[in-house]
Design a binder for this molecule. Sequence first.
Ligand code: NAI
Length: 349
Amino acid sequence: MKVNYDELKDLMAQKLTNAGLKPAHAETVADVLAHADARGIHSHGAMRVEYYAERIAKGGVTIDPKFTFTKTGTGTAVLDADNGVGHVAAKEAMEQAIEIARENGTAVVGIRRMGHSGALSYYVQQAAEAGMVGISMCQSDPMVVPFGGAEPYFGTNPIAFGAPGKADDKIIIDMATSIQAWGKILHARSKNESIPDTWAVDKDGIPTTDPFKVNALLPIAGPKGYGLMMMIDILSGVLLGLPFGKHVSSMYHDLTAGRELGQLHIVIDPGAFTSTDLFRESISSMMKELNEVKPAPGFDQVLYPGQDALMKEQESMKNGIEIVDDILEYLRSDVIHNNQYDHKDPFAK
Ligand code: NAI
């Protein structure tokens, strides 16, 4: 069913507040989730609310966290988020990173001991809207085999990049470093459909087309994606003194304890390297030139990276956001959660 952005956001904020989150924090989480749904990233939108509500209700998120922001150098800082809700920590850290980059030219801000922060596009969009280049990356729970491996080691460790063009133009690319999100396997299971053999492996590390046999996901681009997901884990985990690789906490293992996750924001003021006007003009020219590239058979037009999500967002703002009926029903109900996520084995049938 279609629902408009504000209504969706209010429903989600209310549910999270009812679960025990501070209204101001619930508002921010709801904004990040609605942003994802509007862009068609439903795996990181309203479908997460019930899981978050269960975690909040069971104490696995610090309700009134003490954020400690420490400047560790002229362009570096660390935010210890006290296992508060990840979306709020990541948003605040990006605001600080933008301020540091304004003064310093660049900023590298780590966030340690945070909860899950959802779709990273939200945070790099903050940077692009402030006229800055933004990069954000984070750890996630182990689900992906290392290249050549038969058991998971790294998470789907996402990375996002945002850059401003002329006026309101901006490029935003946001991707997991696994070929597919776990949500796509669950979707195939729910429809009893097979999956391409490039997505995932079974318990012996053999590529499988049966979504019920999946025991781990595959990295993007073989050894190259494997290397990239390691880099992300090093920069957003090891660099911040946090658990890494297979030691990163599982999303569902224990909903009564904080997740201790890490994320890293890098912000660059283009003016520290070139003329800001030239940079922004060039970004807009690149976007335009990519759209003008001759399309291959089967394609109507070449999109610049992330343009699909931007087009979806524009359509959602005009005509409403499509939300699965069951999720909307839950959001509109009095139920806080149905106790279905705690200690869930993500690979279980
Ligand atoms: P995806 O595979 O749907 O898209 C990846 C990127 O490619 C996006 O920027 C998309 O706009 C772009 N793209 C897709 N088709 C395109 C086309 N035809 N032309 C141009 N660009 C195109 O995204 P994925 O990898 O499934 O990630 C989904 C979300 O999950 C992201 O928001 C990511 O941040 C989030 N995530 C968050 C995690 C966390 O722990 N916080 C863990 C893993 C993912």
